[in-house]
Structures are given as C-alpha cells and as structure tokens.
Design a protein around this ligand. Structure first.
Ligand code: ADP
Ligand code: TRP
Length: 344
C-alpha cells in the first residue's frame, strides 16, 4: 500500500497561468444499479481499489445517472447505500480517497449546463450507449440523451487527470475530451483540464454461470455478498457437459475453471486443471472446490461488510466527509469556469 506522500505528482497550469504541483487525481463513478456481482468486482471495483496506490482517488456513486434508467425512489436510496457499503468493504479507503455520492455535489448540474451549451448535438447523436439503451426498452428521455454531458461534468468538475473505465465507457470519455476541447477553444485554454482515460482493455471478461459474459441483463450473475447456502447452491447451477466422472474433462471454455482461476491460489488452480485432464473427478466435486475458494476469497470483505453494516452512522459519516472534500474542489473549478464563461 502506498501512502499519500508517495503518490506521483502532476504539474498543472491554472487559468491564471500559475503552475502548481498536486497528486495525480483519479476519478471514476459507479452506477448504483443493484447487487454487486463478481464481474463488477474484478472489472471495476478491484481496479479502482488498486489505483488508490497511484494517486488521489475521487470515487463516487452515480445516482443522477442511475435515474436515467430507473424510477424507483426506495430502490435508488437502497442501492446507493448498498453500493457505498460494498465499496468500503472491498477496500476503498476513505482516509486516502474522496468517496461521495454524485448528487451531494449538485453543482455538477451547473457545469453540465455550461458544457451542454458548447456540446454539438452530433456528438451525442452518435453515442451507441444511448442507442443500445433505447433499443433495450429504456425510455428515450432527454436525461438519457444528455447522459454523456453529465458524465463529462463529473470528470471536469474535479480537474481529474485519469479516468479508469471499462471498454463500454470508452466513447463517453472521447465525448468528454471533445467537449473539454470545445470549452477551452471557446473560453480560453485552461478553462477545463483535459482528462486521460484508462481503458481497461485487458481486464478479462468474467464469465457468468451459463458461460456467457456475467451481466445483470443475462441473469447469470454470482453476487459477491450474500448468504452462504444460497450462494453455494447457485454455483452448483453452473452449466457443464455430460462427460462421465471417470473420463478426462475439457479444460478449454470451462466455466468452472475460468471462475476458479479468479479465486484460487495458482497451485490449487493448476491442481484442478490436472484433475480435469486426468479424469476420475466429477463436476460436482469441482463445483464444491470452486464454492469453497469463492467463499474464502470474499471472507475478509464479508467480515468488513458486517462491521460496516453494524455501524449505520459510519457510512453516512464517510459520505458526508467525502462530499465536503469533493465540494471544496468543485467550488474552485466552478469559480474558474464561471469567470471564464462570463457568468461572473
Ligand atoms: P452489468 O453488465 O451487470 O449491467 P454494468 O454494466 O453495470 O454491469 O457494469 C459496471 C462495471 O462492471 C463496468 O465497469 C463493467 O465494465 C464492469 N463489468 C460488468 N460485468 C463485467 C464482466 N462480466 N467482466 C468484467 N467486467 C464487468
Ligand atoms: N457511466 C458510467 C458507467 O455506467 C458511470 C459514470 C458516471 C462515470 N460518471 C462517470 C464513470 C464519470 C467515470 C467517470 O459505468
């Protein structure tokens, strides 16, 4: 673990031409859209937690964004809380990172408005995320259409240097950079800071219980938190072929092995591969081993989660402190932008 003093510094030139040094700022948001699954953990949560070593994390729960695809107030409230607990249980360290709820800094909407006045329609019209969501039956609201503008505001409001996201968000990051360039063109260099995306191209896609990509939309997910019995039972549902116990089993394309690799030690993984190749061990046994490795892998996080849940004030306190720190940064940037555009 790297302490904040060891974070790499970046040099920035403010709109006033002054040069300053500060730790690299890494920002990302996660939508509160339901129970966290193993794909979300390895694809988004774990990389974000790891990046806390590289700079000052600004991590937020994108509740405004979630409203573009859900209109269920108690569910939204509940999901935000659950995601906050999950994030903290998985290793987000509020002493090092700024952790907050997007809507706790409503100033982001003002910046979004300013950005929307320079954002060409064509830039939003070509976003495939919008088209995909509408094709899936999500109402084509203005909010859904303007989603990338709010996302750009999230990023620019905190002078973010690096933005780690999954491949699906790559285009949104391009839109952010295009909008930022337009702002600087219209109102002067240095009005906003151009962020660098970190696209997780190489994160392997985590497979679901049916062998497809694990996703809420395919109902094939394995939650990372829950009761032991139902979770282990869920693992027994993994789809396998009908190779008899005595025969060698295929290793290529094996869902059990793909998941086991995520949770087991390298030696245990190699042993399971060997047992597949040799034959004599049935799928039921492999699934049991997988269930045990999975259960053990998340054990420390489960313990942490129970502690956090037992202290309801803790989460509120963390989010309030994070919001105050985020707002402090947002105020500075917004003051600069308001002045540049002529609102002050
Ligand atoms: P879902 O597909 O279940 O709706 P989301 O789209 O909400 O998941 O994903 C949230 C984050 O988790 C994104 O950064 C995405 O890249 C990551 N993620 C989701 N599913 C997987 C997976 N199967 N493998 C790797 N990363 C994933
Ligand atoms: N759109 C992102 C997602 O669905 C979440 C998000 C909102 C985000 N604002 C952001 C990610 C800013 C990175 C930076 O995954």
């Amino acid at each position: 673990m790297r302490e904040p003093e060891q974070w790499p510094a970046v040099g920035l030139t403010g709109a006033d031409g002054r040069h300053m040094l500060r730790p690299m700022r890494i920002l990302t948001g996660l939508q509160p859209s339901g129970k966290l699954h193993v794909g979300n953990y390895f694809g988004a949560m774990e990389p974000a937690v790891r990046l806390q070593d590289e700079g000052e994390g600004f991590y937020f729960i994108a509740d405004y964004h979630a409203m573009t695809s859900m209109q269920d107030p108690p569910a939204l409230r509940g999901n935000v809380r659950e995601l906050a607990i999950d994030f903290l249980a998985c290793g987000l360290d509020p002493a090092r990172s700024v952790f907050f709820r997007q809507s706790a800094v409503p100033e982001v909407n003002e910046l979004a408005w300013i950005l929307s006045t320079v954002c060409p329609m064509g830039l939003l019209e070509k976003c495939h995320s919008y088209k995909d969501k509408v094709a899936k039956g999500i109402a084509a609201s203005h909010g859904l259409f303007a989603y990338p503008v709010l996302m750009a505001a999230d990023i620019l409001l905190y002078d973010s240097n690096k933005v780690p996201v999954g491949k699906d968000q790559k285009q949104h990051l391009e839109v952010t950079r295009d909008i930022a360039a337009k702002v600087n063109e219209a109102f002067g260099e240095g009005t906003v800071l151009l962020p660098e995306p970190i696209i997780r191209e190489d994160t392997a896609v985590v497979v679901g219980l049916d062998g497809q990509k694990m996703s809420k939309s395919y109902a094939n997910t394995l939650p990372i938190f829950g009761e032991e019995k139902p979770l282990k039972k869920l693992l027994m549902r993994i789809v396998t072929d009908s190779t008899p116990v005595e025969a060698p089993k295929p290793t290529a394309g094996s869902t059990i092995l793909a998941l086991y690799k995520l949770f087991a030690s390298p030696a245990d993984y190699v042993a399971m591969v060997a047992d597949h190749e040799r034959g004599g061990v049935g799928y039921g046994d492999f699934k049991k081993r997988l269930a045990e490795a999975y259960w053990e892998f998340f054990a420390p996080m489960r313990v942490r989660r129970a502690e956090i849940t037992a202290d309801p004030g803790y989460v509120d306190q963390v989010l309030a402190a994070g919001a105050a720190r985020a707002r402090h940064e947002a105020d500075k940037v917004l003051a600069r932008v308001r002045l540049a555009v002529g609102l002050r």
